[in-house]
Ligand binder design. Sequence first.
Ligand SMILES: Nc1nc2c(ncn2[C@@H]2O[C@H](COP(=O)(O)OP(=O)(O)OP(=O)(O)O)[C@@H](O)[C@H]2O)c(=O)[nH]1
Ligand SMILES: [Mg+2]
Length: 299
Amino acid sequence: MIKCGFVAIIGKANAGKSSLINRIVNEKVSIVSPKPQTTRNNILGIYNAEDCQIIFVDTPGINKTGSGLDNFMQKSIKGAVTDVNVVILASDITKPLTEQERNLIDNYYNQKIPVILVLTKIDLVPEQKVFEVLSNYSNLTNKCELVPLSSLKNRNVNSLLDLVKKYLPKTSQENRYYDEDLYTDKSLKFIVSEIIREKALYYLDKEIPHGIAVDIWNFNEETTLATIEANIICEKDSHKVIILGKGGEMLKKIGHSARVSIQKILQKKVVLNLFIKVKPNWKNNLEFLDSLGYNINEI
Ligand SMILES: Nc1nc2c(ncn2[C@@H]2O[C@H](COP(=O)(O)OP(=O)(O)OP(=O)(O)O)[C@@H](O)[C@H]2O)c(=O)[nH]1
Ligand SMILES: [Mg+2]
């Protein structure tokens, strides 16, 4: 018999949800950046071991609804916690727990869904501080489990896995939900488009990263070479000028660093051609959101 089940990872933007899922799965399934609202859709990270299969669902950061894209992101979180065995609430240890986070714990407790409050980024604080925070939150332990960890330094991540397993039902080997060699539900094309967006997030500032999307219109993989052509969609002409940069320097930087990462993933030479397209108000254009995979009706 093995343990199998689903675990949603939710929390505020920038809490370290995607970093945690990548660490657990030991693959880059979800992009990471210091900018909030990096993840836009639910992404599965499948952890396979001899004695278990745990399907983790990475989710967008909890935020307000607003644009069509915001609504899609917030609905994705609700979708992710439906029918899961465990909810992980990720919270940055360097920030105090908010009322909203406490309410979430109460909410899941009342619904009898096991909650693990994961305090992330413990490498950023002295050990003493970790003990202090744990003792401050000791009154929460009747409602949830508490696990402090660091995805960056791989500290205590295995304890989290052991704890999660306790809450999962037993089943037989052949009842694994996914093939054992699968580590995500997303296509390579999706992962590649996210890598391009990650590099754009890294190099661009202010409101621009939140207004971009990546649309791959040619993804041609041959044995030793992949040719990928993609549009970086932005909201305004002034943003296009910045994304292009002086003499096209910024676009070149984004393209170069994306190509290096994509080559590692595809394990072959990559020709990457990036273009910039302005599409005002695309975040409210439901048809276009659908074409990018952000369809609120499919959650
Ligand atoms: N020092 C440190 N930084 C971390 C750790 N985990 C994540 N980070 C950083 O925190 C920032 C946010 O990480 P993400 O994993 O993208 O956070 P997220 O919760 O997925 O964010 P959204 O997708 O925007 O909701 C990035 O700059 C990460 O490098 C950690 O264990 N230690
Ligand atoms: Mg994320």
